[in-house]
Design a protein around this ligand. Structure first.
Ligand code: AMP
Length: 411
């Protein structure tokens, strides 16, 4: 469907033509008319499907059409809450691009950076505010944000909000907005907790579903490598030397793992950079820009740091660690094989990750091809590796190994 058939007005259509979008994507085709009709919407859609424009275009149009004639101070009339800084920045860039020919102003708030300039921007007034939950609540506490005039509230990447423990903050933010408002909720997956949240804050929502369970899988050639944990680095180097070329995104579970792999790849002459939650905002942006501009061709990331970032034309995804949440696997491999192109994913499974593969396969409803022909095969009878220090009781060390593992599992 063409954008002009979606009842969008001239300034918006002009901005779309500058972006050279030819046709509306399925999520846009379905969502835009609903938002324009002021419906609440709950949409299952992943990053990469064009979901930002699906809400940004009609919101801009609604705000543009209904503006105060006088030049009163701007009030926040649309609020978009996003779980990560990177995603919030991207959404703001989209609003700025799509709203280029309107007089509407957007701004973005996120933590990990000085609060004062953000206060100054808020003082000047914005129509559209994009924010991560913590910083928004901080600024609200300091009386710098007034949400009394919000007409549309968007909750983006709701399932990631849940994973990151932001759901209570989101509920608080929703209560700070007027009761009568339009609510749009976007989520790549719909766990029960998100459905419950949607039931509590949306009114008679219309459901848009453009994410068939295995949609990412069809354009991605998925390969699974069983490999002992301590041989994963070698397998990674072997595949980079012989099989995997181009722009590659490698996922690791922990910040520590990301840094270790980055060091090792650099030592072996690869151009790699990384993003994770302990890096400063500017270091994360720098790494992302280097990857987008092809200064480096390997980016190593934790899930949370990378979620939502828009990287096009990725050739391959490596799951250096298998995610323990099956939907995360679908997200990760969905980074490649986009826009009709073929992509590849390489997943390294150690003995203690086999159970994760079982749940992933249940979600995909078909088996992932196992590559047996590689130099570091896992003994099929290998038991999960548990590290036991000499001189301590077995029980105690199992416990400490488990608690260490838990400690490492944050982003
Ligand atoms: P999103 O899912 O919102 O992160 O969008 C993914 C990418 O698709 C972004 O780079 C958008 O600029 C691009 N995009 C969004 N809508 C369209 C469209 N209708 N045609 C072509 N590209 C699009």
């Amino acid at each position: 469907m063409q954008f002009k058939d979606l009842q969008l007005n001239k300034p918006i259509l002009k901005a779309i033509s500058v972006k050279k979008y030819e046709l509306a994507s399925p999520v846009q085709e379905q969502t835009i008319p609903l938002v324009l009709a002021k419906k609440d919407v709950i949409a299952s859609a992943q990053t990469g499907t064009g979901k930002t424009a699906a809400f940004a275009l009609p919101i801009l149009q609604l705000l543009f059409d209904k503006q105060d004639a006088g030049k009163k101070a701007k009030k926040i009339r649309a609020l978009i809450v996003s779980p990560t800084r990177e995603l919030a920045i991207q959404i703001d860039e989209s609003f700025k691009a799509y709203g280029k020919y309107t007089n509407l102003r957007s701004s973005v708030l996120f933590g990990g950076t000085s609060i004062e300039p953000q206060k100054d921007v808020l003082k000047k007034g914005v129509d559209i505010l994009i924010a991560t939950p913590g910083r928004l609540l901080d600024l609200h506490k300091q009386d710098c944000v007034n949400l009394d005039y919000v007409e549309t509230f968007v909750l983006d990447e709701a399932d990631l909000m849940l994973d990151m423990g932001f759901i209570d903050d989101v509920k608080k933010i929703e209560r700070l907005c007027p009761k009568e408002k339009q609510v749009l909720l976007f989520s790549a997956t719909m766990p029960n907790k998100i459905v419950e949240l949607a039931n509590s804050i949306l009114k008679n929502p219309v459901t848009v579903d453009v994410t068939p369970k295995s949609s990412a899988a069809e354009s991605v050639n998925q390969l699974l490598y069983y490999v002992p944990k301590q041989k994963k680095m070698e397998l990674c180097l072997h595949l980079l030397r012989n099989n995997i070329k181009g722009d590659i995104l490698i996922f690791r579970r922990t910040k520590f793992g990301v840094e270790k792999l980055e060091k090792m790849l650099k030592k072996n002459g690869y151009n790699a950079d990384s993003i994770h939650g302990d890096k400063t905002q500017s270091a994360r942006e720098d790494a992302l820009n280097k990857f987008k501009s092809k200064e480096v061709n390997i980016l190593i990331a934790t899930d949370v740091a990378s979620r939502g970032i828009d990287i096009k034309n990725l050739d391959a995804v490596i799951n250096f660690d298998i995610p323990n949440v099956p939907e995360t696997y679908v997200h990760r491999i969905g980074r490649t094989g986009r826009a009709g192109k073929l992509g590849s994913s390489y997943s390294f499974c150690a003995a203690d990750e086999k159970t994760y593969i079982t749940t992933i396969q249940a979600l995909l409803s078909f088996p992932i091809s196992v590559e047996e022909n590689h130099p570091y095969p896992l003994d099929p009878n290998a038991k999960p590796e548990v590290y036991i220090k000499k001189g301590s009781s077995h029980k105690k060390n199992r416990k400490s190994a488990a608690s260490k593992k838990n400690k490492k599992r944050w982003y």
